[in-house]
Write a protein that binds this ligand. Structure first.
Ligand SMILES: *[C@@H]1O[C@H](CO)[C@@H](O)[C@H](O)[C@H]1NC(C)=O
Ligand SMILES: *[C@@H]1O[C@H](CO)[C@@H](O)[C@H](O)[C@H]1NC(C)=O
Ligand SMILES: *[C@@H]1O[C@H](CO)[C@@H](O)[C@H](O)[C@H]1NC(C)=O
Ligand SMILES: *[C@@H]1O[C@H](CO)[C@@H](O)[C@H](O)[C@H]1NC(C)=O
Length: 553
């Protein structure tokens, strides 16, 4: 194998090698003709390995070379960085220096990327120093990756310094800098750069829109979106998720409809965002249409799109559809399991939710997380499974090393209080690391009403009223408890307290003073059920939205 002709032939042949087996046989041929020591051939070979994601083999083949040159190294670095094998990348760099091969600009660009992947602050800074010493700091490629590195570790000032010193900035580096500012929420600096930049690409506009969306400024995002000279699919998707992120689901769907009307075909990410918006709105019909659309357009049912569908059906109460969709999914991640478990839990299929949770553990491919346990604990609460709840709560801490948060404690306190384990609930509240909130005291107080515990009524009422002194329904609940306990003096005391604090009745025209009839209708316990459910639901939605976490760039 030598001469120009055979080199070109070799390159084009290599391009057709799509499997490790074929590559291995090519390598055997190379060894026979001694081409396995030739940097040119090995470079080509290694690049092809990286292309078909066989970087392990690339590493092996290059290691067999007696004197690999910098091009061979760079080809391997490229493959490693692409596979996020950042540690191996750094190790290879050390090996390269040991064999006295000098790095070039490409080497450093890969190395800095590896540092960014590792979030290796000190190593990155050391590499930067080396870059300056060896004089590669002027190369635009190197500067750009260094800027990205500093941005990724949050050193925006350093990144900006590098950017400002760059002589030949292009639209990509401008946009990257804008992105960095917007990622740390500094939309003012981002906007200044955006206004200053000599030319803008669609990506620059998209980056600004996403930034405003993240910082909650939907209006500015929308006006930029309307102004931009040319919109692509990403622009539309960014705008849709901008509405979604800010809980403006109706507008998200409207924007999606406008996009279709403009003749732009949605992809998986767009569909996922739109379907999630339907889930939040409970818009079953639109959601179902989107499902059909995805199928008829043969969109790939990625785990994200699949989970969004499961979530949508579950939230809209179509559990059967949710289950069918769920079972059809080839790949199920934690989010997906969470959706189905939560759907079952919310609609009162507590023991099915727990069974699903067991199945998740048996399959063992997706690990239960924070959200999963909120769902299973709330399933226990909804179905009054006290023993199961206790077991899961302690298993969460012991077996899964998940630190219980307010939501988990909230479920447990509610579960225990409803079940009449009032002392245990109070004990849990006093041993948890954060301060119990009003929702928990309210849960305990409601438990006191059901199980007629006057002693704990006093304690929990005092705490609740000190946290939320202005909420009339708390007073109403207390009046109910005392009325049912025939503690008329205390009823009078509560009424006086209300007068003193000028607490307004919430519903004018509905008399709470008429103790014997209407108060029962007022059923403060019922109001509570609604409110705490909403509260936990909202928290859960927030978490799950974060888990979906599509970054539109
Ligand atoms: C679906 O996935 C396959 C394999 O991952 C890919 O070849 C194809 O292009 C994808 N189709 C769409 C519409 O994204
Ligand atoms: C516990 O279950 C009850 C009954 O279904 C429900 O009303 C309440 O909101 C639940 N509490 C929590 C914290 O989920
Ligand atoms: C309750 O209302 C009073 C006046 O109506 C106000 O001064 C006080 O700050 C309020 N307390 C809380 C916790 O909202
Ligand atoms: C008062 O508490 C109830 C729950 O008992 C809740 O639904 C309502 O939102 C609260 N009102 C205010 C103004 O905080």
């Amino acid at each position: 194998m030598s001469g120009n002709g055979s080199a070109i032939l070799f390159s084009s042949l290599l391009r057709c090698c799509r499997s490790l087996e074929v590559l291995k046989s090519v390598h055997a041929t190379m060894i026979k003709s001694n081409a396995h020591q030739d940097s040119f051939f090995v470079n080509q070979f290694v690049s092809q390995c990286s292309r078909i994601r066989q970087v392990g083999y690339a590493l092996q083949v290059s290691a067999q070379m007696a004197e690999p040159n910098v091009f061979v190294y760079n080809a391997v670095f490229g493959g490693l960085v692409q596979e996020f094998a950042s540690r191996e990348c750094v190790e290879l760099y050390v090996g390269m220096l040991r064999s006295n091969v000098l790095p070039d600009g490409y080497t450093f660009s890969y190395l800095v990327k590896a540092c960014a992947q590792l979030s290796a602050v000190e190593l990155g800074a050391a590499v930067h120093a080396q870059i300056e010493k060896l004089g590669f700091g002027r190369q635009i490629l190197v500067r750009t990756v260094l800027t990205d590195f500093y941005s990724s570790i949050g050193w925006i000032g350093e990144a900006r310094k590098l950017f400002d010193e760059m002589s030949d900035r292009d639209v990509v580096s401008w946009t990257a800098m804008i992105h960095s500012h917007s990622c740390v929420g500094d939309m003012i600096s981002a906007r200044r750069l955006f206004d200053e930049m000599p030319e803008r690409s669609v990506v620059s506009w998209n980056t600004m829109i996403a930034g405003y969306g993240r910082s909650g400024d939907v209006e500015t995002a929308n006006s930029l979106f309307n102004e931009m000279p040319e919109k692509n699919l990403v622009s539309w998707t960014t705008m849709i998720s901008c509405y979604s992120q800010n809980k403006r689901y109706k507008e998200a769907i409207e924007c999606f409809e406008r996009m279709k009307a403009a003749g732009v075909s949605p992809d998986q990410v767009t569909m996922t965002t739109a379907i999630s918006a339907c889930a939040h709105l409970g818009a079953l019909n639109v959601g179902r249409e989107l499902h059909l659309y995805s199928m008829s357009n043969k969109l790939n049912f990625s785990v994200h799109l699949g989970s969004a569908l499961v979530d949508m059906y579950a939230k809209c109460g179509c559990l059967e559809k949710a289950l069918i969709t769920f079972y059809k999914l080839e790949e199920k991640n934690t989010f997906c399991w969470n959706c189905i478990i939560e759907g079952l839990a919310i609609h009162g299929y507590g023991s099915d939710a727990i069974t699903m949770f067991r199945k998740m553990n048996e399959e063992g491919k997706a690990r239960p997380n924070f959200v999963t346990f909120v769902s299973v604990l709330s399933a226990c609460n909804h179905s009054g499974m006290i023993e199961e709840g206790r077991r899961l709560f302690s298993s969460m801490i012991k077996d899964y090393s998940i630190c219980p948060a307010m939501e988990h404690y909230g479920c447990m306190v509610d579960l225990l209080s409803r079940g009449g384990h009032l002392e245990e609930a109070l004990n849990l509240m006093s041993t948890m690391p954060m301060k119990p909130n009003a929702v928990m005291w309210l849960a305990l107080l409601s438990g006191c009403r059901i199980h007629r515990n006057m002693e704990l009524t006093e304690i929990s009422a005092e705490k609740l009223l000190s946290l939320e002194p202005n909420n009339s329904s708390h007073y109403m609940l207390l009046i109910n408890i005392y009325t049912e306990g025939k503690a008329w003096e205390k009823v009078e005391r509560v009424r006086e307290m209300m007068k003193e604090k000028e607490v307004q009745k919430r519903t004018p025209g509905c008399s709470w003073i008429d103790i014997n009839g209407v108060v029962r209708e007022f059923a403060a316990g019922h109001m509570f059920q609604l409110s705490s459910e909403m509260y936990f639901l909202l928290l859960r939605l927030d978490r799950q939205l974060k888990l979906v976490g599509f970054s539109p760039e």
